[in-house]
Write a protein that binds this ligand. Structure first.
Ligand SMILES: CC(C)(COP(=O)(O)OP(=O)(O)OC[C@H]1O[C@@H](n2cnc3c(N)ncnc32)[C@H](O)[C@@H]1OP(=O)(O)O)[C@@H](O)C(=O)NCCC(=O)NCCS
Length: 239
């Protein structure tokens, strides 16, 4: 559920009592959290005085706690195209060279509505502090056999902040809450340490390796299969 401006302001006020900031000399309109709270250390703020206070306080929210999954819109295609073009994605994923227009059509055709059994792709845009930072997907669900593939992608500028882990956890929660699927799985190229670590943190099990199953920039790459069962997700876990 998207948090309202009201609740964000209340949260901002609560947090701002407990933290202290100093101006960051390296960048205009940036402040560093110097005391209190586990924080993203820098908050970018605008000239607007009201958003100034709120942004400072929001910077002290624990890492990645403002991650939301929202329905995709056609306008997100350009962003998605940009993320797919980034070095990390190109290095580890067998990305097909889809145009912005082709991605737009895929976004429009995909639906976040998991109750639609005809759809092969269900996608959500990952928002973090109201910015669109990535995309998560459920692909080719088989409601008869009870399994589906998941896929996730976060823009490089937002890596290593825990955002991706939170987004995928939210996706898994959503799928197991809204469907009867018993198993989710991901195909991850063997050298993609970030993705493998993310999956393992969430309890996915490395079930096997498909040797030289991927072709990435002309090179054959091993592909790891990671799986998560509904009952494993339901049991107590550390994240
Ligand atoms: C995979 C991806 C989503 C991970 O994003 P991220 O921002 O690094 O994820 P998180 O910040 O949630 O970190 C997840 C874990 O991976 C670790 N990690 C991140 N980069 C790493 C790296 N290069 N080597 C080893 N571990 C790494 C993080 O430290 C964290 O583990 P920790 O909490 O134990 O420290 C991101 O790299 C991405 O979108 N890549 C391009 C698309 C892609 O590869 N998608 C997966 C296809 S299956």
């Amino acid at each position: 559920m998207e948090s309202s401006l009201f609740s964000r302001n209340v949260r901002a006020r609560e947090i701002s009592r407990n933290v202290r900031f100093e101006k960051d000399r390296r960048a205009p309109y940036c402040f560093r959290c110097v005391a209190g709270a586990s924080a993203l250390s820098i908050a970018r703020v605008s000239n607007c005085p009201s958003s100034f206070a709120m942004s400072m306080a929001l910077s002290a929210v624990p890492r990645a706690s403002l991650v939301q999954l929202v329905p995709p819109r056609a306008a997100h295609a350009q962003l998605w195209y940009g993320w797919r073009s980034e070095a990390h994605a190109q290095r580890y994923m067998p990305i097909e060279p889809w145009s912005v227009e082709a991605l737009r059509r895929r976004l429009v055709a995909s639906t976040p509505d998991l109750s639609d059994p005809e759809k092969q792709e269900h996608r959500w845009i990952v928002q973090w502090q109201d910015e669109c930072v990535g995309i998560v997907s459920i692909l080719r669900p088989s409601f008869r056999l009870g399994h589906a593939e998941i896929s996730y992608h976060v823009a490089q500028a937002y890596h290593r902040r825990g955002i991706a882990t939170q987004a995928v956890a939210a996706l898994v929660d959503r799928v197991f809450e809204q469907t009867d699927l018993a198993r989710l799985f991901a195909y991850i190229s063997e050298p993609n340490r970030a993705s493998r670590r993310l999956a393992e943190k969430l309890g996915f099990v490395h079930e096997g390796t498909l040797r030289e199953h991927f072709m990435i920039h002309g090179r054959r790459v091993d592909q790891c299969v990671y799986g998560l069962l509904r009952r494993e997700w339901a049991s107590p876990r550390k994240r």
